[in-house]
Design a protein around this ligand. Sequence first.
Ligand code: JA2
Length: 362
Amino acid sequence: MGDDAERGLGCQKIMDGKESNRNGLEKEIPSCCLKAMASAPELDSNCHSTVVSGWFSESQTSSGKSGGVVYFNNPMWPGEAHSIKVEKILFKEKSLYQEVLVFESLTYGKVLVLDGIVQLTEKDECAYQEMITHLPLCSIPSPKTVLVVGGGDGGVLREISRHSSVEHIDICEIDKMVIDVSRKFFPELAVGFDDPRVHLHVGDAIEFLKHAPEGRYDAVIVDSSDPVGPAQELVEKPFFETISNALRPGGVLCNMAESMWLHTHLIQDMISICRVTFKGSVHYAWTSVPTYPSGVIGFLLCSTEGPHVDFVNPINPIEKLEGADKHKRKLRFYNSEMHSAAFALPSFLKNELSWLGDYSRQ
Ligand code: JA2
């Protein structure tokens, strides 16, 4: 996928009409652009309740009153739906927990969808996986033990493995089908599972954390689905308390924390719970992921009482870690400038969080 992803970015420039050579002539058009320009024909294999006329629309499908399927009714983002052109559906099956769908898209590569919600695309997964991993791991010196909650695609594991200081990685993913599907369709992410430091636990993270020794981890990364349905408990106080107990003093949590455009109440709730639970720093950061609702996603970074953690100015910068930039594949999104910039908040969000007092407690 490496070349494809890079071609994808170049492809966008050409399609936007911004890429031309010195003669003003367009460069040779990559095949992915030609496919896009030719407005691909409908395929028989485009048959799924979220795919209408060859377009997948992010939604949670459910049966309407008349028995038909209702689209665009996701309670997390009412009144909007982002659509992605489908080339071919590659996999659709119900696991014990959710419906798992993989399709080849016209412009984002392969896409993984769980219960109608986009979890990753080959083109933009780098932004999410690199930021959710290196924001916490570059904020502490020499991380050694890390727990990943969820993240069954393996992308966060791939990113953790850039840190040679890490000795032990536990991952607790509830749905084995997500892991199997990633191994089959997303080898560039599932490669994360091949690192011998990785210990896979298929099961409920809340149960797993209850049995984790106190102070076991330097960092916990919660790479969960949206908090509707089974992931609801992952934004509630008892879950944050068990994480806090499992972290060493001055250990860090990075939690997927939704969009500032759509979920300010949820972000406020998570920050206020975490300010009580984590006695060190609590910060909100965000980044751009075009295929997530509203095109951005946030992260909540928290540290436990102990050695001070300055999240904004990374103490363990990736540029100083030998081989990190090129381990398995080059970093595509994250660098220390992106790290610090991720904590700058627009004024509307600062205002909406201001009732929490100094939410960005240092
Ligand atoms: N992607 C995942 C995951 C857990 C398992 C497999 C893939 C994510 N968590 C992030 C989802 C963000 C959704 C934003 N609407």
